[in-house]
Design a binder for this molecule. Structure first.
Ligand SMILES: [Zn+2]
Length: 254
């Protein structure tokens, strides 16, 4: 508090600031979250708000940054879920018509419907989707199925590549996941789950996530030894990790 206490010199009102607004960042649940922090002499407790403007924190004038971060971490799961709900709400509607923009391994391509055709085929910068059987209503499902198939084939190949580099004997099972909050996970049984949306990203980001999960086959933690293992597979992993945090959200639009 900066209210005058007995024996404290009180500044003339015009020199006293009543409010201050700033920006800060914090890693929450594996993603970098930036937020607005508004300090006020009138506020008695720290408050957290998530809305269309993102995460906003209200704090008493003298609240420490540590106290604010502790509160955000305590509610980290809730904050990330709310941020994602807003993100989904902001997602532009997909129409699944000619010209719809899509991404595969960092390369943009567009959707083209073929009324007399069947099946899905990538031809140059266009994804040809035959609608003779499914009709226009089935296009979204066909494109998703096609992306899932591309994802599984690519991820299995990359997992195999890094598994061999690490000298892990058994090939892990590779499954697709679609959680909006995580790109990958590795289970103690040796199963690896990778988010199918990764297939939209440049291969260097896919490889970072794959190498990270494969390294967990040896180190089921995030210790220094774990990061050394990741570094042995992907020497510039820190830059890729940063890029994933910075750009990852744009691949959640599908
Ligand atoms: Zn991990």
């Amino acid at each position: 508090m900066n209210r005058a206490k007995p024996g404290q010199l009180d500044l003339p009102l015009r020199f006293r600031q009543e409010q201050a607004v700033g920006r800060a960042h914090l890693a929450l649940e594996g993603r970098l979250v930036s937020y607005t922090i508004k300090r006020s002499v009138r506020r008695r407790a720290i408050s957290i708000l998530v809305d269309e403007e993102g995460l906003r924190v209200g704090a008493p004038w003298d609240a420490s940054q540590t106290a604010i971060e502790r509160l955000l971490r305590t509610h980290g799961e809730w904050v990330v879920r709310k941020l994602e709900e807003w993100q989904v709400r902001r997602t532009p509607a997909r129409h699944w018509i000619d010209g719809e923009p899509l991404m595969l391994l960092g390369e943009p391509f567009t959707l083209k419907l073929v009324p007399e055709g069947t099946g899905v085929k990538l031809q140059g910068p266009e994804l040809l989707v035959g609608t003779a059987q499914c009709g226009a209503a089935g296009v979204s499902r066909l494109v998703h199925e096609w992306l899932h198939a591309q994802a599984l084939a690519c991820f299995k190949e990359r997992v195999e590549h890094y598994r061999r580099l690490l000298g892990v004997d058994a090939s892990p099972e590779v499954h697709l996941s679609s959680a909006r909050t995580r790109w990958g996970s590795c289970h103690s049984s040796g199963r690896i789950h990778l988010n199918w949306r990764l297939i939209q990203m440049p291969v260097r980001l896919v490889d970072y996530v794959v190498a990270h999960e494969v390294a967990h086959l040896l180190e089921m933690n995030h210790s220094q030894r774990f990061w050394r293992t990741v570094g042995s597979l992907v020497p510039d992993y820190a830059a890729r990790r940063k890029a994933l945090r910075r750009e990852g959200h744009q691949y959640l639009l599908i």
